[in-house]
Design a protein around this ligand. Structure first.
Ligand SMILES: C[S@@+](CC[C@H](N)C(=O)[O-])C[C@H]1O[C@@H](n2cnc3c(N)ncnc32)[C@H](O)[C@@H]1O
Length: 293
């Protein structure tokens, strides 16, 4: 790969997915893009770059998707799901007792193991949430991983990673060598393609946001920008869950760490209150509700 091709790809990936590659990641690009160029009948990375420069959006999408890391597994890191069951849900069930509805967003849900882990946690607390409306939205940049997530079909290897055997037996059906998560769990998840670099205000406001193991690939300014927009997409008393190697600390005061719960954050309310204040009559009930929380 020539240095200009590498620089072109670095910039393209930063602009399209946020992926921030250092100057020495040629091997990574080659290992991911040489198979793609072969599959597309092209002679190599230079020809791939020529196609993109010529305006081929199909190739650009494939390049961006090929460069994303989709690694995930059921109940990854365990702790976030313990927090969900033991800290987040009890607090939310109390805070939303009159509304009886909860919105959860998996902001980089990959092939579905993370949103389905949350759905299984909720199934395990069926009695406490009977009659509640619970929405789980799984989004990802990559259409390919979303298709796999929607199907909910996993290999033996994938179900052996992190998933307790009792849950496999209870919530999956085996077909040959594959396992499909049951239809009632699949129906708990809505899927939508979404690039975190783009505006997501149309999704509305969530009680819980899982945004794990994706910001780690982005540069500092991009992380700060996304944290600040996630704070706006979070209820003032909502929760943000990050990956084990991610933090808001030192980057933004839009969120603050939840004491003694690693990886768990809450919005700083002052930042979450809209800056454009509507007419007094309209805002008073909202502020009163916030103050009561
Ligand atoms: C390493 S996986 C993490 C999956 C899951 N959250 C977990 O922790 O197991 C990262 C996911 O982020 C997605 N992704 C990468 N860039 C993105 C972007 N700009 N917007 C939305 N999703 C993105 C990738 O497609 C990939 O599925």
């Amino acid at each position: 790969m020539t240095p200009p091709d590498y620089e072109y790809l670095r910039k393209l990936l930063r602009d399209h997915s946020g992926l921030d590659l250092s100057a020495d990641k040629q091997y990574l690009i080659e290992s991911r893009l040489l198979p793609l160029s072969r599959k597309s009948g092209l002679s190599g990375i230079s020809e791939l770059v020529q196609k993109m420069k010529g305006g081929s959006t199909a190739i650009t999408t494939q390049v961006v998707e090929a460069m994303t890391t989709n690694e995930t597994f059921f109940f990854r890191d365990k702790l976030p799901f313990d927090h969900f069951r033991d800290s987040i849900m009890p607090e939310i069930l109390q805070a939303r007792a009159s509304r009886r509805s909860i919105r959860i967003w998996c902001a980089a849900g990959s092939t579905g193991q993370e949103p389905y882990s949350l759905a299984m946690c909720l199934k395990e607390m069926s009695a406490a949430i009977a009659g509640w409306r619970i929405e789980i939205l799984a989004t990802d940049l990559s259409q390919e991983v979303l298709e796999k997530s929607k199907a909910g079909i996993y290999s033996q290897f994938e179900v052996q990673r992190g998933l307790p055997i009792q849950m496999l037996v209870k919530y999956f059906k085996q077909t040959g060598e594959l396992w499909q998560i049951n239809a009632d769990i699949r129906a708990m998840i809505q899927h939508r393609q979404l690039n975190l670099l783009h505006d997501f205000s149309q999704l509305g406001v969530f009680d819980v946001i899982f945004c794990r193991n994706v910001l780690i690939y982005f540069d500092q300014d991009t992380k700060i920008n996304i944290f600040n927009r996630l704070a706006k997409a979070s209820e003032p008393d909502g929760f943000l869950v990050l990956g084990a190697a991610e933090t808001v600390v030192g980057l933004t005061d839009a969120f603050r760490p939840y004491p003694e719960r690693r990886g768990l954050y809450r919005p700083n309310n002052a930042r979450a209150i809209p800056t454009r204040i509507p007419a007094v009559g309209a805002v008073a009930p909202k502020l009163a509700a916030m103050a009561g929380r």
